[in-house]
Design a protein around this ligand. Structure first.
Ligand SMILES: Cc1cc2nc3c(=O)[nH]c(=O)nc-3n(C[C@H](O)[C@H](O)[C@H](O)COP(=O)(O)O)c2cc1C
Length: 181
């Protein structure tokens, strides 16, 4: 059976390119994986060590979704040459109390309207995930630059290069989840 993967876009924006990228991957992955895109990131409060117990409902929901998934696929925007605060905040919550990221297979991709494809944001995400004990897939990497040119006005991906990159990520991640479960 296809592995069950949770997709998280590090953006709260309604028309997020990164959420669209996850949607495209869900369609292109075929039997390689079943991707469910998480839509509750805005329910997660700012992390505060004084407010970890009881676990806020939004955090509990995300934690359970990660725990129940065979793998986690993060699509990150780049903000000021790093990952957005909402994504770092979620990773910080997930690293606490119950270590659901420990030994969890994770893949990282990202899209930006800029020219460098979220290279620095992805490096920051990988660094933080390494601290949590997640099994971060090293390759293939996918850096989607000028995302606004790669989707049609309805939000559907129409770029052969990015489509091919997404298929490669899906295939490699399937294998990564087999060897790192
Ligand atoms: C505060 C802020 C900082 C940004 N900094 C960068 C950056 O350093 N590099 C980059 O490529 N894009 C940068 N961008 C552009 C974002 O990558 C772009 O808005 C992208 O579409 C956000 O992803 P989303 O569409 O998934 O929300 C920045 C955008 C914002 C709002």
């Amino acid at each position: 059976m296809s592995p069950n993967v949770l997709g998280v876009a590090g953006s709260l924006r309604h028309d997020s390119w990164n959420r669209r990228l996850l949607g495209a991957l869900a369609e292109l992955a075929g039997d390689d994986l079943r991707l469910t895109v998480y839509d509750g990131l805005e329910q997660i409060p700012l992390f505060n060590e004084d407010a970890e117990e009881p676990t806020p409902p939004g955090v509990r929901q995300l934690r359970e979704a990660v725990r129940g998934a065979d793998g986690l696929l993060i699509a990150t925007p780049e903000y000021n040459q790093s990952m957005p605060g909402v994504l770092k905040n979620a990773i910080d919550w997930l690293s606490r109390t119950e270590p659901v990221l420990e030994a969890k297979p994770v893949a990282v991709i990202g899209a930006t309207v800029g020219n460098w494809g979220t290279r620095l944001a992805q490096a920051a995400v990988r660094q933080a995930l390494t601290a949590t004990g997640a099994f971060v897939m090293p390759q293939p990497m996918l850096f989607v630059a000028r995302a606004n040119e790669r989707f049609d006005p309805s939000g559907r991906l129409h770029d052969a290069e990015v489509s091919s990159g997404l298929r490669k990520v899906a295939q490699a991640f399937r294998q990564w989840m087999v060897t790192h479960r």
